[in-house]
Design a protein around this ligand. Structure first.
Ligand code: NAP
Length: 262
């Protein structure tokens, strides 16, 4: 299937590894030019080099820095001739007990996982509407649908973004001009973040990492963790010309882990 997005420009935030990189790879495979971002310049350049090899036609630009900072967001937008596709992503807030979180912890989580994507959406969607094509995909979390108690900062900040996007996506000024906004909700994906979380859990419980990972995999109907490429494939489809009638949706990608009918 031709996704009909070759030659378009995408901004993919937090994309030097993991789910963001999976999205960038899938878009590169469709011939989409990229501006990718992450905080660590070296790993970002390594990722960009690998992306360039996927399609000789595409241009891949990099902007290193924390996407939660206004100056980094401006640099990302300046690096992109026109934003046709925006993939919002950033690291997740740390786990913990809400009794120990200060107001500053909440502000940081809101900045990173709610206000940053909203700022980038604000800067790009009206231009998309004028040109008659736009795709926004926000990487959120399965925790939006089934909250995880120790991830209160993530549950709260991402739910705020989800509620905002639900309203915005339904504005005729956007939906009526072929601009869609959707959220992808990852369950357990085999990325550095998941490995780090397993290592912390192993340290706390005293159980070996592999035993914990196996128990976790067995709790997922697919009996395995997801791969970033599978996540990227869903992102590329939502960004395709064919997906123009899908907007305001929350798509769980979790190997069947969420137990509800809807
Ligand atoms: P990951 O493998 O740790 O990759 C995170 C990527 O984001 C890296 O490229 C990292 O590079 C970059 N990054 C982190 N914070 C950033 C910031 N403030 N500004 C710019 N770049 C930043 O993580 P992942 O597993 O792909 O997770 C991506 C998102 O999905 C996270 O929000 C995570 O909470 C969420 N999620 C993941 C899973 C899962 O199972 N993997 C499940 C649910 C939700 P630098 O460190 O160099 O900046």
């Amino acid at each position: 299937m031709d996704y009909k997005i070759a030659g378009r420009w995408a901004v993919v935030c937090a994309a030097s590894q993991g789910l963001g990189l999976g999205c960038a790879q899938a878009l590169a495979g469709e011939g989409v030019n990229l501006v990718i971002n992450a905080r660590t310049a070296h790993t970002l350049e390594v990722a960009a080099q690998a992306l360039r090899t996927l399609d000789p036609r595409i241009e891949v630009r990099t902007v290193a820095g924390d996407i939660a900072l206004p100056e980094v967001r401006h640099a990302v937008l300046r690096a992109c001739p026109q934003v046709d596709i925006l993939v919002n992503n950033a690291g997740g807030p740390p786990p913990g007990d809400f009794r120990e979180w200060e107001r500053s912890d909440w502000v940081k989580a809101l900045e990173q996982n709610m206000l940053t994507p909203i700022e980038l959406i604000k800067a790009t969607v009206d231009g998309m509407a004028q040109r008659g094509f736009g795709r926004v995909v926000n990487i959120t979390s399965a925790a939006v649908k089934a909250p995880i108690d120790i991830l209160g900062l993530s549950n709260g900040a991402r739910s705020g973004l989800t509620g905002f996007v639900a309203g915005l996506a339904r504005q005729p000024s956007l939906a009526g001009h072929n601009v869609t906004l959707n959220n992808l909700l990852p369950g357990a994906f085999d990325t550095a973040r998941l490995q780090k979380n397993l290592a912390v859990a192993a340290q706390t419980s005293g159980e070996p990492v592999e035993a914990l990972a196996q128990t976790r995999r067995e709790g997922i109907p697919a009996q395995r963790f997801g791969q970033a490429q599978e996540f990227g494939a869903a992102c590329a489809f939502l960004c395709s010309a064919a997906a123009g009638y899908i907007t305001g949706q929350n798509l769980l990608i979790d190997g069947g882990a969420y137990p509800g009918t809807f």
